[in-house]
Design a protein around this ligand. Structure first.
Ligand code: B1M
Length: 232
């Protein structure tokens, strides 16, 4: 039996376990990663802490090695699959706050882009904060956003892009909204690793959101502002 097979996750202390979970995520070991998530929850870790410290932390390492040509697409897909397994355990816990409905959002990744882990995470956190969210998935052209927003009677349109080549598509969506006289009907939030605040401003979004927690805070404060304007 190898050393790895001998490893009993529940016997590791928190720090060692998180390190091991980074390795498991890196190696795409979904079952082991899920076990790690469960152990941390059983030890009283808040779901959000498990998410950010153990899962997102591990994915950052994967991302760096992907960038540096150490990992390739198949390995990263395995890691993404393991990450989704861990997220699935956390989702009901993040969502079960029973908060009053805070607003409605449509979110999706823009045309040409198939990265969905980040926007799934934003979805979970927004739902946890009491928003109703329609997640329209990946590779969305303008029409998908606008049709979904209309049908769902959304207050917010959220767009995600992870590639420098797809982020300009966000401007196409916003420009189309302007052309169709719809821009002021929605709060537009954008996010994704290659974006920044300046980019958000330049394309005419209401706000750039660095991460899922910022997305929740921003959505709440812009919704409050919208309500105040309507009641003024
Ligand atoms: Co991709 N990929 N990938 N990839 N991939 C990146 C983005 C990259 C930075 C890797 C690297 O080189 N270091 C690089 C982009 C470089 C660039 O554009 N400058 C890259 C590349 C090049 C590619 C391909 C082109 C590779 C290839 O085929 N040669 C290809 C493109 C495919 C396509 O989209 N057309 C590709 C493919 C893939 C996989 C399919 C293998 C897989 C995606 C699986 C999936 O999503 N189901 C994948 C992955 C996993 C990554 C990395 C490693 C991780 C992304 C991730 O999930 N991060 C990524 C490296 C990295 O980002 N460090 C990389 C974890 C996630 C929680 O963070 O998505 O940033 P993030 O979301 C955060 C915030 O950004 C924010 O909140 C989230 C939570 O806090 N946020 C929002 C995100 N969206 C938001 C929307 C909002 C608000 C906040 O709206 C309101």
């Amino acid at each position: 039996m190898s050393d790895e097979e001998d490893l009993i996750l529940s016997e590791l202390n928190d720090e060692e376990l998180v390190e091991q979970m980074y390795d498991d995520l890196y190696d795409g070991l979904k079952d082991e990663l899920e076990e790690g998530v469960q152990i941390l929850l059983d030890r009283g870790w808040a779901p959000y802490k498990v998410l950010t410290e153990a899962l997102v932390g591990g994915m950052t390492i994967v991302g760096n090695d992907f960038r540096d040509g150490i990992l390739f697409v198949p390995e990263v897909l395995m890691a993404a699959g393991a990450m989704k397994g861990g997220m699935a355990i956390l989702k009901p816990l993040l969502v079960e706050t029973g908060a009053p409905r805070a607003g409605r959002m449509v979110i999706g990744t823009v045309k040409g882009d198939i990265h969905d882990i980040g926007q799934n995470l934003v979805t979970m956190m927004m739902e946890g904060a009491g928003f109703e969210v329609k997640n329209i998935g990946i590779n969305n052209p303008v029409e998908s956003y606008l049709d979904a927003a209309k049908e769902f009677e959304a207050d917010i349109i959220g767009m995600s892009a992870l590639l420098t080549t797809t982020m300009p598509y966000m401007k196409i969506v916003i420009d189309t909204m302007k052309e169709q006289g719809l821009r002021d009907d929605y709060i537009v939030l954008v996010g994704g690793a290659p974006l920044n605040e300046e980019f958000g401003k330049a394309i005419g979004a209401d706000a750039y959101c660095r991460d899922a927690a910022v997305a929740v805070e921003t959505a709440k404060s812009l919704m409050a502002r919208k309500h105040n304007q309507l009641t003024a």
